[in-house]
Design a protein around this ligand. Structure first.
Ligand code: FO1
Length: 314
């Protein structure tokens, strides 16, 4: 129940979001942080429930993440994939031997009837992670990409097709029946809560699923603590992933102003990079201009401190 005493909640999806979670995890005393993570990227693969954004946060905070990719584990071996290839199985989604244990054990506990949030909180704790890693919902929500040639499962689009298809619309299958994970509502209700942060994740693919879980956005808005987002773009470009490409395909300008507009009504402030200093007056909310590139552990730690300090002024 460490999340019931959270001081800070951070919304995260993808590799970029996990970097800010890591900075906050390093900056804050153990147990003060709760990460509310996207599960729209989850899928059943080889009969296993894979939760990529959750695992990216867990591995990053545990110091186990592959530094080159940001996802999966460092010091991996690939015997499973080698034999899978020989057997003619799908190899487009790469599962390392050690990573495989996470998917197998999560699947075993889900099949036994445990809710995703209970399994996730426990697996993170078993890897020594003191931050509460909370899936946005225990129900199945699946991000689907609508293209001119039909709709695609998320990982098919993002990994197998390398995010090349042109997006017309993004939908979240199962979102209507989804409820916020109990642990998420407990963290939001924490009497110690000081701020809610939105990581520099892809707003459309990674944050919108979280904000679309019925009741979650309102619960955060009504809590009455500052809500601050970190802009995922620097100089009109995404630091990692297809955010800028998707914004163009959705007819959006790749600017901090478009990001601020996307989060309008939710955020009280936006953190933007020095390269985008000229946009500060155009975001409609107070903007904090700083260096947002988290290319080192020190940069993650520094940005985390600055974001929290900025939230404290709102
Ligand atoms: N991303 C890839 O681009 N290629 C992969 O083979 C791949 C495997 C993978 C395995 C486990 C995991 O937790 C994540 C993995 N990812 C892979 C990343 C994942 O597709 C994305 O990080 C999220 O779904 C979007 O942020």
């Amino acid at each position: 129940m460490i999340h019931a005493s959270a001081r800070v909640i951070v919304l995260s999806g993808g590799v970029g979001g996990a970097r800010l979670v890591d900075g906050l995890h390093r900056h804050l005393p153990a147990g003060d942080l709760a990460a509310l993570v996207n599960t729209g990227d989850d899928f059943l693969h080889l009969g296993l429930h894979v939760s990529p954004d959750v695992d990216t946060v867990i591995y990053t905070l545990a110091g186990l993440a592959n530094p080159a990719t940001g996802w999966g584990r460092r010091d991996e071996s690939w015997h499973f994939m080698e034999v899978l290839a020989q057997l003619g199985g799908p190899t487009w989604f790469r599962l390392g031997d050690r990573d495989l244990a996470m998917h197998a054990e999560r699947s075993r506990r889900l099949v036994a009837g445990e809710p995703l949030s209970a399994v996730t909180l426990d697996l993170a704790a078993r890897l020594g992670v003191s931050t509460a890693v909370i899936p946005m919902t225990d129900e199945a929500v699946r991000t689907r990409i609508q293209t001119a040639d039909g709709s695609l499962d998320f990982q098919d689009y993002f990994v197998r097709l390398r995010a090349e298809p042109r997006i017309e619309r993004i939908t979240f299958e199962g979102i209507v029946g989804a409820r916020p994970a109990g642990a998420a509502l407990e963290a939001i209700a924490s009497p110690l809560l000081e701020a809610i942060l939105v990581g520099p994740s892809n707003p459309y693919l990674s944050i919108d699923p979280i904000l679309s879980v019925p009741g979650l956005r309102n619960a955060m808005r009504l809590r009455g603590v500052p809500i601050v987002a970190v802009c995922p773009l620097i100089g009109g470009q995404a630091v990692k992933g297809p955010t800028a490409k998707i914004m163009r395909e959705l007819g959006l300008e790749c600017s901090p102003q478009a990001i601020a507009e996307h989060y309008s009504g939710l955020i009280d402030g936006l953190v933007i990079d020095e390269a985008d200093r000229d946009w500060a007056e155009l975001c409609g909310v107070p903007a904090c201009v700083t260096r947002t590139l988290m290319d080192t552990d020190a940069a993650r730690l520094r940005l985390a401190g600055e974001v929290l300090a900025f939230a404290g002024t709102l």
